[in-house]
Write a protein of this length. Sequence first.
Lengths: 222, 222
Amino acid sequence: MTPEDFALVEPHLQPVALPKSKILIEPNTPIEYVYFPESGVASVVALNSDKRTVEIGIVGWEGVVGPSVILGVDRTPHQSFFQMDGAGYRIAATHLTQALDASRSLHSLLLRYIHVLTVQTAATAMSNGDSVLSKRLARWLLMCHDRVDGDELALTHEFLSLMLAVRRPGVTEAIHLLEGSGIIKARRANITILDRERLEETAGDSYGVPEAEYERLIPELR
Amino acid sequence: MTPEDFALVEPHLQPVALPKSKILIEPNTPIEYVYFPESGVASVVALNSDKRTVEIGIVGWEGVVGPSVILGVDRTPHQSFFQMDGAGYRIAATHLTQALDASRSLHSLLLRYIHVLTVQTAATAMSNGDSVLSKRLARWLLMCHDRVDGDELALTHEFLSLMLAVRRPGVTEAIHLLEGSGIIKARRANITILDRERLEETAGDSYGVPEAEYERLIPELR
DNA sequence: CTGCCATCGTATGAAACCGTACAGAGAGGC
DNA sequence: GCCTCTCTGTACGGTTTCATACGATGGCAG
């Protein structure tokens, strides 16, 4: 991001704490603020009428929560919430819209990020079509690992089952599979990545395409 | 679309035939033309390294093939091809980009369509997570029905199995299920929708969310 | 009419996942 | 130390899909 573009938004940025399970975007409700996480991880989910959630995207320091605003849309059917403690900045949707109108380069940068998000969602669709759970789990752990410091992820099986839209014991089994190969170490409410390379092998090509698009298109978000 | 915006792109529109299985966008290749179908249906698919395809979007007269250009991105990892004969217009990516730079309202309209596409892809991800094939098939048939004239769809089981990323006999079984309830009539390489209402019931809430977003955000594309 | 090829129907055993239930193991409060 | 709550491990039968194979059928070409 150029210094000029940053100067455009900087006065409107408000630092915010982003604790676990804080809801950032409510579905079908006008979006007040757009969030730029500095740390932690957010999830974007679609909700069934049965209140069952399916994760469709994951966002960390590299991205933006509330991207619909960048597209000029005031609300979205999806929900966004924080799943791992962090902090960051927020900006009022109206201020961001003004900044986008003022700077073509800023708009362009954020639109390229939208493209990356689209590719990520498509990869999620592909991954969900593939029924092997351990593969989907591997992909999810990798995406999470990309967005945190260190190799430890504070996650329960219950939470993973919600994200992957499978039953909880299924997650337990899949974790044992990865743990049995020495790829991860599982402790109570905690998973440690031991061998990232083999985790990527396990995920196969369900992981990597969106990440490559990000590298190609986003020089440095800030 | 306002007459002024239409005047901006009109000189650059070229009519094109869009026969079945014509590839419109090659993956990871600079996009030369963006397509506006008038009839027929296009599919956007992601490709595995195994060459297996998973459909992530479907586009007809209501939309645009090659939306990445609208986001200022020159290529995409996805492939787009025509799956049912039709016709439409194309415009060189460079000309469209110029028109977008010239008209904020045109850009805004197309960005809102991008949002709808994103929601559609998310719905695909959700639908794929749900394992019941007949439900996924119902959703797919509905989306196709929305984009063609009449109630007949020229489709083979083989093709559907590629789109839904399942095996071909699975499609046969799912079709029999719907046919047994009198919802559709299946003939060789042809499916006729008999009872759209019950088809929507079968699809459940995997169908409808993107369609509602379209209604809400796109007054009339042309 | 006959042959051919795309398309569809069906079978079979294996694998993955589902919903549910319940017992065992950490971790913190008191 | 002990209680309680959350989290994890395991079990069960049932359902759905998987991969693969092969036979039947429809429709067009010659």
